[in-house]
Design a binder for this molecule. Structure first.
Ligand code: FES
Length: 84
């Protein structure tokens, strides 16, 4: 299946413990809410060595650092151009 976008949420122990556990649920909800399931390949990723700058979320080629539950929604809204 071809997707238009890819979202990778780092699930390495550092990012996971520092907030990505919650971020996964928020991103899943966002994707479902805006009917993006068929367009977005959402998956977890392994530690990419950026732990110090984490939690890390990648949307296509863009790496978002220090992501929180609040900022991830902002990043998603801007990237996918939807109004929250
Ligand atoms: S645990 Fe996410 S970059 Fe290392």
């Amino acid at each position: 299946m071809e997707y238009d976008h890819e979202i990778t949420i780092c699930l390495g122990s550092s990012c996971f413990a520092r907030g990505n556990k919650q971020v996964v649920e928020l991103v899943k909800k966002f994707v479902a809410e805006y009917g993006l399931n068929a367009k977005v390949f959402l998956h977890g990723g392994l530690c990419g060595g950026l732990c110090e700058d984490g939690p890390i979320v990648k949307i296509d080629e863009n790496i978002y650092k220090g992501v929180t539950s609040e900022t991830v929604m902002q990043c998603l809204s801007e990237y996918f151009q939807v109004n929250q």
